[in-house]
Design a binder for this molecule. Structure first.
Ligand SMILES: OB(O)c1ccc2cc[nH]c2c1
Length: 239
């Protein structure tokens, strides 16, 4: 998979060179490229923003640098005739879920457009949508100062699903928001007793059937308490 990230803060993406995403790059599972939007400006101040049309507070990202940045990326596809999917983090985007991470992990090429200020001139998304699939996504009902943190989260969620990334693919099967749609059960390790808190006896019983049943019950309880919305879509929930 190839992932291009366009941002005015390339260093924000440096953490992707660490730990598992870094190893994924070393192993050739992902070709991650960051692009400084300011490299596609032509004035002395390397201006990427301007005042909002129609007035209002803040500044809007100018379309010209974005057009030139995307042109440059599209001119060097990973393979001939491969088109990217453009991902635009924005507070007004569609909620990003684990199912979306799985879907994007199957794509050959993603381009992440990280906005700042009040956002990117809408014409950039409209122009891009004439040439490639475009998705505006949100991490949740909160607002960051730009798209970089959301891009980091989306990229990590996607890379870790790539075949060959996780040493033990089985661990993906049991994850929160996994195939069963439930939150993860609580996890424990040694020592059996710590500061007056003990590992639940069932987990020390060696009875794998009881352990599996306990974990399922814990996951269902947690989901009902914290995320009843996830149960609404569960088969047999009557909804
Ligand atoms: O909360 B967010 O995911 C987000 C994404 C992009 C921009 C651009 C300016 N503020 C932003 C916030």
């Amino acid at each position: 998979m190839r992932i291009d990230v366009v941002t005015i803060f390339p260093d924000y993406l440096a953490p992707l060179g660490l730990s598992l995403p870094g190893k994924a790059q070393e192993r050739g599972l992902v070709d991650l490229r960051t692009h400084d939007l300011r490299e596609h400006t032509h004035d002395r101040h390397r201006t990427v923003d301007d005042t909002p049309s129609g007035g209002g507070a803040g500044m809007v990202m100018r379309p010209e640098p974005w057009g030139e940045a995307l042109d440059a990326i599209l001119a060097s596809p990973p393979e001939p005739a491969v088109r990217p999917r453009l991902i635009v983090p924005t507070p007004s985007g569609h909620p990003f879920r684990q199912a979306d991470a799985h879907r994007l992990a199957a794509e050959p090429w993603l381009v992440m457009a990280c906005g700042r200020y009040e956002g990117i001139d809408q014409r950039v998304v409209d122009w891009a949508a004439e040439r490639m699939p475009v998705e505006e996504i949100s991490l949740g009902d909160f607002v960051l100062n730009g798209g970089e943190v959301a891009a980091l989260a989306v990229i990590e969620a996607v890379i870790r699903l790539l075949p060959g990334f996780m040493g033990n693919p089985e661990s993906l099967a049991e994850e929160s928001h996994g195939g069963d749609g439930l939150l993860e059960y609580p996890v424990y390790t040694k020592p059996a007793s710590w500061r007056g808190h003990d590992v639940p006896d069932v987990l020390l019983s060696g009875d794998h059937g009881r352990i599996a049943a306990w974990r399922r019950e814990q996951a269902e309880r947690r989901t009902a308490e914290r995320r009843p919305d996830l149960l609404a879509d569960e088969p047999g929930s009557g909804d």
